[in-house]
Design a protein. Structure first.
Ligand code: ADP
Ligand code: ASP
Ligand code: MG
Length: 409
């Protein structure tokens, strides 16, 4: 007998028939003698709609009330799955985040799980029942509902697997594993049997939304055996593993992209010590994550331009913060653009191989794609380009690094 956490994403619970399909899978695992904790997302599209409602109510809204609204989708699916399981004769009950409880900090909209009290869930399992837990949500110390950021149900699942000392965490989704890039935009993407925690972490943080970044970090930290597999087909998925379990390592193992980026340029900033710090301190205070940063050479030694990226969702707030500091910072102009994409090549093999970045630049140049910002780390190279060229860039890079699957005869 194993203890398994099974997480099903939005498409997998998209309507009652699909929820019944999930119930069938869960019932099979129970019949095989396993203890099962299920973590669910909201029906596909629901969370987007709830986010839209908040925006329509007020573009800049109270994050605590945002969480109250967007956490609502998961309540529906966990109740429905419990009903379907009971209908099949499988004892089950639903749990909202606060009922477990899953305790988080109070960063509403992007909360981090701090502690999971396993007593109630353990009692549920000991009583021979399936525990069906709402993903994506928790409760802060002040009793308010929190959410873990978009895609957060993956993190709920891995965190529960770690807390409950589960034997594994199965993440069921609408693709049958992790691919060399998003199979929806590159039909010749290849499925990986295994990927290292490190590469998956990088791919996720660079936009491959198949797993939320934080879930991979938790899986790595606690050594949770995590696999990504299809909700709809019975076939092996992709196992996320330690580097020692990978026999042959490619130099580049995947290409990721993220459209959720925006670029801001502060033009004509006075060039003197402390200016950059004064520029970024208020953004940090507003909880806005700045990612790539470039400072141009100063014009006549008196002024400089600083370009950086922020999450697209935070662009409006970032611009507001900087406009309110215009007098103090003494910059000439503020230029911003949400219509950009970050494209990245990822691979642990880059540590020992040169030329990865220059191949990326050559490939994009061949396609006439202008690079606006570049950043590199040990195992990735990222560029910001015009969003219009997303597909073209990802496909060209996928071929250039030899990742395309062979054409089927
Ligand atoms: P769920 O609702 O099940 O959590 P998501 O939409 O969050 O599903 O994540 C699955 C999607 O991730 C896939 O449909 C696919 O388009 C996208 N994706 C992006 N990059 C990759 C990748 N490298 N491998 C697999 N899927 C990817
Ligand atoms: N329903 C949430 C979202 O759409 C959480 C998730 O799907 O993981 O972001
Ligand atoms: Mg997801």
């Amino acid at each position: 007998m194993a203890r398994i956490v099974k997480k099903f994403g939005g498409t997998s619970v998209g309507d009652v028939d699909r929820i019944r399909n999930v119930a069938t899978r869960v019932a099979k695992a129970v019949a095989d003698g396993h203890e099962v904790v299920v973590v669910l997302s909201a029906m596909s599209g629901t969370t987007n709609q709830l986010v839209e409602f908040c925006r329509a109510a007020a573009p800049l809204h109270d994050a605590r009330e945002y969480d109250t609204v967007v956490a609502a989708g998961e309540q529906i699916t966990i109740g429905l799955l419990s009903i379907c399981l009971q209908e099949m004769g499988v004892p089950a009950r639903s749990f909202l985040g606060w009922q477990v409880p899953i305790r988080t900090n109070d960063v509403h909209g992007a909360a981090r799980i701090e502690e999971i009290d396993t007593k109630t869930l353990n009692e549920c399992l000991a009583g021979g029942r399936v525990a069906v837990v709402a993903g994506f949500q928790g409760i802060a110390d002040d009793g308010r509902i929190t959410t873990l950021g978009r895609g957060g149900s993956d993190t709920s699942a891995v965190a529960l697997a770690a807390a409950l000392k589960a034997d594994r965490c199965d993440i069921y989704t609408d693709v049958d594993g992790v691919y060399t890039t998003d199979p929806r935009i590159v039909p010749r993407a290849r499925k990986l049997d295994k990927i290292t925690y490190e590469e998956m972490l990088e791919m996720a943080s660079l936009g491959a939304k198949v797993l939320q970044t934080r879930s991979v970090a938790l899986a790595m930290k606690h050594g949770v055996r995590t696999q990504v597999l299809s909700s709809f087909e019975d076939k092996p998925g992709t196992l996320v593993v330690g580097e020692d379990e990978i026999v042959e390592q490619e130099v580049v193992s995947g290409i990721a992209y993220s459209r959720a980026e925006a670029k801001v340029t502060v033009v004509g900033l006075e060039d003197r010590p402390g200016q950059v710090s004064h520029l970024f301190a208020p953004l940090a205070a507003a909880n806005i994550n700045v990612d790539m940063i470039v400072q141009s050479a100063s014009e006549n030694g008196t002024s400089t331009d600083v370009t950086f990226t922020v999450p697209e969702d935070d662009l409006l707030r970032a611009v507001k913060v900087l406009e309110s500091k215009k007098e103090e910072l003494k910059y000439r102009d503020l230029v911003y653009n949400g219509n950009v994409v970050k494209v990245s090549v990822v691979g642990v093999g880059m540590r020992s191989h040169a030329g990865v970045a220059s191949k990326m630049f050559d490939t994009l140049a061949d396609k006439g794609i202008n690079i606006q910002v570049i950043s590199t780390s040990e195992i990735k190279v990222s560029v910001i380009i015009d969003a219009e060229y997303t597909e073209l860039a990802v496909r060209a890079l996928h071929s250039a690094y030899g990742l395309d699957a062979p054409v089927k005869a």
